[in-house]
Design a protein around this ligand. Sequence first.
Ligand SMILES: [Cu+2]
Length: 367
Amino acid sequence: MTTLLTLAVLVLVAIAIWQLTKIFELSQLKTEQHQIATDIDNKNNGYMLFGFLVFIYGITIFSFWEYGKFLLPEAGSAHGEEYDSLMLVSMIIIFIVQTITQALLHYFGYKYAGKKDQKALFYADNDRLEFIWTIIPVIVLAGLILWGLYTWTSIMDVNDEDDPLIVELYAQQFNWTARYSGDDNVLGGANVRMIDIDKANILGLDESDSYAHDDIIVKELHLPVGRKVNFKMRSQDVLHSAYMPHFRAQMNCVPGMITEFSFTPIYTTEEMRANPDVMDKVKRTNKIRAEKAVSTGEQIDPWEFDYVLLCNKICGKSHYNMQMKIIVETEEEYNKWMESQSTFAETVMKDDLSSGLNTVSTVSAGK
Ligand SMILES: [Cu+2]
């Protein structure tokens, strides 16, 4: 690969030098006649412009046809619909404008190609034209920006209305851990300095904080459908980014601070698995997996759709594999699952309450 790139660079440098010598030659007074473009040359270049126009239109249509299926399926969160509409409208406007302007650009390039003994018209300015091509983009862009700002503000408004579920997402190289706030729905205090690997206090929870006692630490995120979730993100080491593409949600996880994001899941995992786009993707993926299984002789299980939490900051060498499964289920299923989980007091603190608490004061005292 490196050899190929080096060769490509060398070839491009050689072409650049060749072009530079040609420009230098043309700038000399005694330029040979065959170096100057004739009417036929200009005309041919004009036709080539049309060829290029066909090429870019063709590649656009091909990309829509061939790669459109790789787009995300319908959003699984309440705010996702508005987010997707904003994206779609922006893309449609860009698409229409680019289709028209490219056609005009290439057509005029052809129409006004250089002709012998014909001099270009000097046209200083036209106030009306300039007004039109300024005011139209101003109105369209102002509309998009205002709509975007409105959408942004409503998505980023993390508040405690509607009794949200409070969940912590904890990022570290290279995995995610989630913490539910338990019966009191309040996360206990935590600090990276209180992490105690020997006792498996991996999130550094403050044992003296009674809010922490009923917290539930898990490696698989379960969410009840239709209930708002307020996420509080922390990072242990470097910048990570909690990215939940199917919910159109992303928030950086920054060491030393808590960041927030809030959304309401609207489809259970089962409902999402029945979505035609998702079913199509699963079918395509499993076809590739089956082909690979045949060619390599490996045993590859079929893949099933699941919501995921991914890391979207390149945080180190295993960044690509930093993910956690998210299961959206009905309220009853969620409650049942939650009942089977153990609290922080029942697990980490169990054997330890007598041997002195791991608190902020003892940690800072150098314990
Ligand atoms: Cu990461």
